[in-house]
Every structure is written in C-alpha cells, then in structure tokens.
Design a protein around this ligand. Sequence first.
Ligand code: NDP
Length: 307
Amino acid sequence: MAAPPIRTTAKAPGAKLQGMSTAFIGLGAMGYPMAGHLARAFDTLVWNRTPARAQAHAAEFGSAAYELSSLAHADVIFSCLPTSGEVWEVLRALDGQLEPGSVWVDCTSGHPQAAREQAAWLAERGVHFLDAPVSGGTNGAEAGTLTVMVGGDAAVLERVRPRLAFAGKVVHVGPTGAGFAVKAVNNALLAVNLWAAGEGLAALKAGGVDLGAALDVINASSGRSNASENLIGQRVLSREFPATFALGLLAKDVGIALDVVAAHKGAAPLLGSAGGLYRAAERVIGGSEDHTAALKLVEQMNDVELS
Ligand code: NDP
C-alpha cells in the first residue's frame, strides 16, 4: 500500500508549527492519552504494534492510524515504549526512511547509554534526538499535566516545545541521556519510599496499630512521601492495586538508576537493595501487576496484610 499523504497544517488556528507533522509510536497506558493531546491540537499520525489500539485512538481522538513506515516522514516523531530495546527495534525498522532535519523525541523511560547510542545513530542520518521521559502517571497523561525531563540539544527542545501538548512542566536537564538518568533516579526514589513505607506499616500492623490512623499521622509528619500520601491509601489499603504502572517497569527503572551509579563508580547501597527487592517482587508477585503490588512481598515477609 502506498504511503498516504501527510497533512501538514496544525489544527489549532495560528499554531506556530504549521508545515510540521507529528507522529506517535506506542499507544500504551501512557502513550495513548499523550498522543490524544497531540491529536486534539495537531494532525497526528499514530502507530501501535497491536493495530486495534491505534484504530481505537483514531476513532476517539481523530488521529490517523497508519503503518509504521508512513510515520517516518513526520517532522517530529514521539515514541513511548517499554524500554530502549523496543525503541531500537522501531528505529531499525525505519532505517533509510527518516527525514533529515526531523526530531525523534523518546518519551520512554529509557537507558542513558542507549540514548547516546541512538542519538549518534540518528545523527548519522541527519535526525535529532531528545530523551524526554515523563512523570505523572496515567492520571497526568490524561490531564495533560506530565512533567517532561529532557536531555539533548536545548535549541532542538525549543523547536519542539510547542508540540509537547501533554506536558504541564518541561525541564531541560542536560546533554543526551540526562533526561533518562533523572527519570531513573526519580523512580528509584519512588521505589525506596514505597518499600520503606510498606516495611514500617507492616511492623505497625503486627503491633496492632490501625493503618489508617498511622497514615493520618505520617502524612502530617516528616516521614510522608507520595507513597504514603497517595499510593498506599488508594492502592494498597484499598486492596485495589489498579495496574496503571507495571511492577516490571519500576524494577527496570531501578536497574537503570543502578547503572547510572555504576557508570560513575558511585556508592549507593540503599538503591542497590531496592534493585534486588524489586527484582524479587517482580518474580514472586508478577511484572505485569501494579508497582504497588510489590508490597504484597513485604506482606508475605511479615505475615500481615496491609489493610
Ligand atoms: P505499556 O505496557 O502500557 O505500553 C507499552 C507500549 O509499547 C504498547 O503500545 C505496546 O504495544 C508497545 N510495545 C511493546 N513492545 C513493543 C515492541 N517490541 N515493538 C513495538 N511496540 C511495542 O507501558 P506504559 O505506557 O505504562 O509505559 C511506557 C513507558 O513509559 C515505559 O518506559 C514506562 O516505564 C514509562 N512510564 C510509565 C508510566 C505509567 O504510569 N504507566 C509513568 C511514567 C513513565 P502493544 O499495545 O502492542 O502491546
């Protein structure tokens, strides 16, 4: 099938990027709503490995679902895939088709070393690369309030900044790979806070303390965190564990943070412990469970239920 023509006008009247076209690869829990914000503002081409999801996106948001090769002609291509490994697969599938001068914006929580290698590979083909992972979860993606941490050429970021329709905050954090490094460290902190809160609450439960009352105190005190304020009450004590961010993806992020530490011969024994614990939780509890289900392993270790 011949590649369809790409419409080049922005949907919003007076939008700054007329003449540019947008593509989004990977309509998962994050990519689907992120690409929805793009499609509301700009003509947007989408591709997903499972085509039905791209077709659903087109029906819901007015994006255009095409085969992967058609997306190669866009000026700005976003990707949001599980790891940098899947990004490599897509890049290689598009080799020889990408347009010189275009920008590849990878919103995957990827690996800094892969970012440097992919940026070099794309530069040989005249294409710019930004690592631009996001934070804010599926709620932030749906609301269009994600925090985007960007590594790469600041001038290239300024070119595509008006395209980041899913963002509430955009921060340039350094050269290529810095965005992925910041994201990995952020999620390692999430992992540590979540696990530590789980261990503390398990001890309190074993001692007969009401966990709702304990959280009430902690959340008005110096031990509070996003885990105590939001995740544990809404997902663990409720026993709902809604699968919006996979445990396997969080374990992957802690592993990337440990690679960042190792690259600089750093000493981070606490993060190292978190890496082992989350790999164990991924194996015992299941990588496709919600990340908060890691606390089910803490429950098993302490023979209590956090409820
Ligand atoms: P999902 O598992 O929901 O989606 C993964 C997407 O990647 C799907 O579109 C899937 O396609 C596609 N995919 C998987 N393997 C391949 C492949 N080999 N080739 C092509 N496409 C592939 O993940 P999320 O949306 O949750 O996460 C995406 C990224 O965002 C991850 O790096 C994650 O760490 C990060 N992130 C996630 C957050 C969250 O709250 N969920 C928050 C912030 C960052 P298919 O539909 O066919 O399976």
